[in-house]
Design a protein around this ligand. Structure first.
Ligand code: COA
Length: 258
């Protein structure tokens, strides 16, 4: 896979997607949004890729937001379209991705950058990371799911404060808020993401895929996550992975999932 604004490496069933516009602090322009969609679409069908790590090139920024230079003269309709297309192509697509997506936040994660990290299934951060939703300082609001996903992750009061003040929080505060799961130094960030990916890879990817769906259904209007859980729990009993996992346990062996 070759892209202008991304780098994608696949090794040992782990795909690492780098957002690669370091001179613009990896800001998300339209081309990068489209490339992210293409990359994830390809990874969805790629049997070599089981877990995805999403990060930014360099030591300064994960993503410093949507590319402000591109939307500064947009109309109301264009603004609405920007948010709708972005949510569909990238942010909802990643949140509902059937393979685990870990965001490794390696510096600034602002605006669309924090929204991208929040679309991943969980986040880790380097100790130099700064996270925030600065949109109200630009006269706009988060448009890539930030008003919805931030309260889900940190609670309404903290989300309201972050959105209203447009301020940044550091990595330790983000960990205390539950926004990132682990904090490490920048050199250890990708190794830690790979270590977590390795633990995930020991398990049934089929089961993980339907677990992602069940967890996400808690947050969808008109969908009952408990019902999805019952359905997906039942479905699991019909899989080779279930036979492998239960037989291995009963035989005191390590499961070897396909
Ligand atoms: N959109 C477009 N370009 C951006 C960008 C963004 N969101 N964030 C950074 N850049 C560009 C800068 O314009 C600059 O480009 P230039 O060298 O061609 O002038 C380059 O990236 C480096 O950024 P700079 O501002 O010089 O770095 P800094 O260390 O002084 O400041 C930040 C870092 C993150 C504090 C600052 O870049 C910033 O506030 N960015 C915007 C954050 C934001 O509001 N995001 C939400 C957008 S909805």
């Amino acid at each position: 896979m070759t892209f202008e604004n991304l780098q994608v490496n696949i090794q040992d069933r782990i795909a690492t997607v780098y957002i690669d516009r370091p001179k613009k602090l990896n800001a998300l322009n339209r081309a990068t949004i489209e490339e992210l969609h293409e990359a994830f679409k390809a990874l969805r069908d790629d049997n070599e890729a089981a877990v995805i790590i999403l990060t930014g090139t360099g030591e300064k920024a994960f993503v410093a937001g949507a590319d402000i230079s591109e939307f500064a003269d947009y109309s109301v309709e264009q603004g609405k379209d920007l948010a709708a297309k972005g949510q569909e192509l990238v942010f909802d697509y990643i949140a509902n991705f059937p393979k685990p997506v870990i965001a490794a936040v390696n510096g600034f994660a602002l605006g669309g950058g924090l929204e991208l990290a929040m679309s991943a299934h969980f986040r880790i951060a380097s100790d130099n990371a700064k996270l925030g939703l600065p949109e109200t300082s630009l006269g706009v609001i988060p448009g890539y799911g930030g008003t919805q996903r931030l309260p889900q992750l940190v609670g309404k009061g903290r989300a309201m404060e972050m959105i209203m003040t447009a301020g940044m929080i550091d990595a330790e505060t983000a960990k205390n808020y539950g926004l990132v799961n682990h904090v490490t130094n920048i050199e250890e960030l990708i190794p830690l993401a790979e270590k977590l990916a390795g633990k995930i890879l020991n398990n049934s990817m089929q089961a993980i895929s339907v677990a992602i769906e069940a967890v996400n259904d808690n947050y969808k209007d008109g969908v009952n996550g408990f019902e999805t859980e019952i359905e997906n729990f039942g479905k699991s009993f019909g899989t080779d992975d279930f036979k492998e996992g239960t037989q291995a346990f009963l035989n005191k062996q390590k499961a070897n999932f396909k």
